[in-house]
Design a protein. Sequence first.
Length: 220
Amino acid sequence: MVMQKAVCIQRRASGQGEGVKKVGIMGGTFNPIHLGHLLLAENARSAFGLDEVWFLPSGYSYMKSQEEMEDGAVRLYMTELACRDNPYFRVSSLEVDRGGYTYTADTLCQLVAENPDTSFFFIVGADNLFTMESWKEPEVIFQKAGILAAVREGCDRGKLQEQAAHLKDRFGARVFLIPAGTIEISSSEIRARIRSGRSIRYMVHEKVRRYIEKNGLYKG
């Protein structure tokens, strides 16, 4: 079910004090959402004991080209299709409704203000720990949410732990390393396969695949 705004859902104990709910945030363009996104979210939820994971498709990401970007309403709907059968997943239209470029700091400020009984955790790939200082207002991001950094097999955990310590010293960041459990799929690969007439079955949720094919998305 799509959340028209990030709403406060019933309080429950979550291991961080009575009445505090632990919610993971999955942001991104989701152009389109794929099974790697879903597995990352579910793995973070189970590994860190999150009560829910909220997916927030971006309106317009300042970090990505808009040339192949489907309309926000289309990406939002595909995300809702993909998350519909998981009772722990929610989808928010907050960033799509806002319009203009999407900034994580602005989103987290709004979420925290509207949900005072919720503790938020931003889910990212561990590589992002080395770039987040260049994002808009990183000090706000680290103040408003903990960071769940998904570590893939073979990554240098020592370097990641050093970077996490650096972010803690500089920004007071709360960084938690969790196993990624990811599938090697990318949205750009999916778009390329569609353009070349190749199958994307088992790369995206089946409902998303049917929606893409029915509407002729990403054919260029």
